[in-house]
Design a protein around this ligand. Structure first.
Ligand SMILES: Cc1ncc(COP(=O)(O)O)c(C=O)c1O
Length: 406
């Protein structure tokens, strides 16, 4: 046993992990020590393809020369300064650029936090306070069955997967889809929160085409605010910069995290409208009392700016379109393989339902050079955008072989 494994098993506690199994005598945790492009290397020098972009965060690959250089440049100036009472060049520029990415021009304000959960959490607090300041009695938050919006208590309350809430949550109305939503008294609804186009943790479940636009219409008709959780779908994952673009929707809040720094550092942003922002202007009683120590972190913001520059200067989305098409072909062939129940794709995200245990398939796939995690019996494929066609084939072949083995 290496020192890392001993230290980890004696003192670590891993997310979403049954630690009895993790620390069981037969379990040898994989120790990842290096990465380059779409490849990760373990402490024995074995290489794997990063099939889920290190839990959906990495966009352009590991050790990307431009991102590495941007981080070093910022380190030569300063790593972190407080955003409470001060500003800094990368955070101010990033706020402006993120708002500028939304073509409608309606998202004009950017609030920084640390991760997807807190990006949602602040949207909830802004919503609740917005309606109080407005003097409107709207307290009902609505989310969808199967939804996942993070683990802070507000975000977790929106979650539609009961196991993740441990019985500790705020009241939220969960609906299965538009039909159930339409039965609610819209006048009482403060906000509806959705993962646009595709629910990730539900098992890569696709919404019907047009649903997002219909939801925007419903919110407008009833005066409710719309929160789009683009934590997974943002920054090109679905083929467009943001999933909302696909249905011409501008939400009242959008939560961005995961890929914001290209998958390098924790940083999140919640964008909102001038209407919401203006409601908070006035005396101390109108202030938004919310913030984290690392809000507007300079290293994270410098990385995020470089991430956006890579998108703008390196035709990322048009190159990605070709890879999405190749993934479609590979998935069509995979679907015919024994042990594959169904495949679903949304841009560069795929969910593959397997007839065996998803966890066993992912463990077996390591032998064939693939790292990914399942959601129950759905194997997730969402590699970094820099993955080559040959690597994409290796990923799909590894899954087919692993399913056969299991
Ligand atoms: C759609 C969505 N929202 C929010 C989150 C929470 O993000 P984080 O894990 O960065 O807190 C996730 C994480 O998987 C997610 O998929």
């Amino acid at each position: 046993m290496t020192d890392t494994v001993a230290q980890d098993q004696h003192h670590g506690w891993h997310p979403f992990t049954q630690m009895r199994d993790w620390c069981a005598p037969g379990h040898e945790p994989l120790v990842l020590v290096e990465g380059e492009g779409a490849i990760l290397r373990d402490d024995h020098g074995r290489e794997y393809l990063d099939g889920n972009s290190s839990i959906w965060t990495n966009l352009h690959g590991h050790r990307h020369p431009r991102l590495d250089a941007a981080l070093r440049r910022q380190l030569d100036r300063v790593a972190h300064t407080s955003f409470l009472g001060f500003t800094n060049p990368p955070a101010a520029a990033l706020a402006a650029q993120l708002c500028g990415l939304w073509p409608s021009g309606k998202l004009t304000r950017c609030f920084f936090t640390d991760d997807g959960s807190t990006a949602i959490e602040v949207a909830l607090k802004m919503t609740a306070q917005f309606w109080q300041l407005h003097g409107e009695d709207r307290r009902e938050f609505v989310a969808f069955g199967g939804a996942y919006h993070g683990d802070t208590v507000g975000a977790a309350s929106l979650g539609g997967i009961a196991t993740f809430r441990a019985g500790w949550h705020f009241p939220v109305t969960h609906v299965a889809g538009m039909e159930e939503l339409e039965k609610l008294d819209g006048k009482r609804v403060a906000a509806v929160c959705i993962e646009p186009l595709i629910q990730g943790a539900a098992g890569m479940r696709l919404w019907p085409a047009g649903m997002l636009a219909a939801l925007r219409e419903w919110c407008d008709a009833h005066g409710a605010l719309l929160i789009a959780d683009e934590v997974m779908t943002g920054f090109g994952r679905t083929g467009t910069m943001f999933a909302c673009e696909r249905e011409g929707v501008t939400p009242d809040f959008v939560a961005l995290a995961k890929g914001l720094t290209g998958g390098y550092l924790p940083l999140a942003a919640t964008l909102t409208t001038e209407r919401v922002y203006e409601a908070f202007l006035g005396g101390p009683e109108r202030t938004l009392y919310y913030g984290h120590s690392y809000c507007g972190n300079q290293l994270g913001c410098a990385l995020a700016l470089e991430n956006l520059a890579i998108f703008a200067e390196e035709n990322v989305l048009s190159t990605l379109a070709g890879k999405i098409a190749r993934l479609t072909e590979l998935l069509a062939a995979l679907e015919k393989e024994p042990g594959i129940r169904a495949v679903r794709q949304c841009g560069f995200i795929a969910g593959i339902d397997v007839a065996a245990s998803g966890a066993a398939v992912c463990i077996a796939a390591r032998k064939y050079g693939l790292l990914t995690r399942p959601i129950r019996d759905t194997v997730v494929v969402m590699p970094p955008y820099c993955v080559s066609d040959a690597q994409l084939e290796t990923i799909i072949t590894a899954i087919a072989r692993a399913v056969r083995d299991v």
